[in-house]
Design a protein around this ligand. Structure first.
Ligand SMILES: [Zn+2]
Length: 63
């Protein structure tokens, strides 16, 4: 797979333009376990079809 050429990588959230690649996100599941990921995880999922571990998906969906 070739390297991604979409840099800088942006995303829009609630009408706000975000520049990804220099921050971390944290999400907790119902038991209180906190997961951390680079904010580029959004791009990895949307553009490259990355599938995070199921525990991470459960935490995101529980928000
Ligand atoms: Zn990419």
């Amino acid at each position: 797979m070739p390297f991604c050429k979409t840099y800088p990588t942006n995303a829009t959230l609630d009408g706000q333009e975000l520049h990804l690649g220099s921050a971390e996100i944290e999400v907790s599941d119902p038991s209180g376990t906190v997961f951390a990921a680079p904010d580029l995880i959004y791009h990895y999922i949307a553009a490259h079809k990355y599938k995070p571990p199921n525990v991470f998906i459960v935490a995101v969906e529980s928000r």
